[in-house]
Design a protein around this ligand. Sequence first.
Ligand SMILES: C[C@](O)(CO)[C@H](O)COP(=O)(O)OP(=O)(O)OC[C@H]1O[C@@H](n2ccc(N)nc2=O)[C@H](O)[C@@H]1O
Ligand SMILES: Nc1ncnc2c1ncn2[C@@H]1O[C@H](COP(=O)(O)OP(=O)(O)OP(=O)(O)O)[C@@H](O)[C@H]1O
Length: 316
Amino acid sequence: MIPRLAAAPPPSVRVRAPGKVNLGLRVGPVGDDGYHPLATIFQAVSLFEEVTATQVTPGAGISLTVSGPQADAVPTDESNLAWRAAALLAERTGLAADVQLHITKGVPVAGGMAGGSADAAAALVACDALWEAGVPRPDLVELAAELGADVPFSLLGHTAVGTGRGDLLTPAMTRGEFHWCFATQREGLSTPTVFRRFDELAGPSTPRVAPADDTAIMHALRAGDPVALGKALHNDLEGPALDLRPELADVVEVATESGALGVVVSGSGPTVAALGRSRQHALALGAAWTAADVVDAVWCATGPAPGTQIVTPMRA
Ligand SMILES: C[C@](O)(CO)[C@H](O)COP(=O)(O)OP(=O)(O)OC[C@H]1O[C@@H](n2ccc(N)nc2=O)[C@H](O)[C@@H]1O
Ligand SMILES: Nc1ncnc2c1ncn2[C@@H]1O[C@H](COP(=O)(O)OP(=O)(O)OP(=O)(O)O)[C@@H](O)[C@H]1O
């Protein structure tokens, strides 16, 4: 008998992109475009989104599936940031927008850790490789900024200062590894809602100048000093996030009482980030949160982590 040959799987590319925490986040007054000028220091952490882009028959269009924790909270239509990234890349390169995307979530959804932004960055890189578009890196970064303020940092990774909307990036020098534990809540917070609450709480007294960067954080990073970093963590959106979610104060308190070197709301929240002395201490902070029953889930990670990377190159 002649053995039947299995059909070869279609070409595909698998790409990984990190989530982030803002070590410092200073917010200026809202501009006419509805965006706030920021001075922020991003750190990418070892919680990763994976996007697999698979070739489909010409004319099939874009399709998208999602798996992993909280997958049911993520849209699978054209509102998904990864879908929008594929469509934007096709439009700008003149290539056909034909691809099957699969997202494996590893970053908390709507938690202020830029999970959707990581999907957009990963989809840009995956489709660029699958379609052999060869878009130069600076052009990919421009497309990333069009998709969202956090998307360029997901491409870059490691640690970086962000100005403008948070999309103008300068890599920051760091030494060593920092050990984080993140407390997440089942119900996320909407980023525009938190910025709006910031405006309401700041009132007309918001300084009319662009906010300054955080030199204490930069010194701590360069020295690889987690104690100094813990003391310097700062987030102007923490007040509005706590105002919208008063119960987050308990999460901050439990981590502080458990000896965290620093505790801060991540980005627009509601995720709370606690910095540990070591990997074991970060795990212990997570255990303290779970024992106190103030969180829905805990996620331990290290930073800095690399930016968007192809993990499985095109397989035909
Ligand atoms: C809170 C942070 O995560 C800190 O890194 C980011 O500033 C948010 O970045 P993002 O989610 O990628 O934001 P986008 O998707 O570009 O914008 C969503 C909404 O957030 C608000 N927004 C965002 C960034 C910024 N610098 N000012 C803003 O006011 C605007 O209302 C905007 O319509
Ligand atoms: N690929 C995606 N993954 C997750 N959410 C997505 C995605 N695309 C669109 N969304 C929508 O965007 C909302 C915010 O998702 P995301 O997980 O990126 O929030 P976030 O981490 O708070 O974002 P950021 O930190 O960039 O402000 C979700 O509630 C969801 O409805």
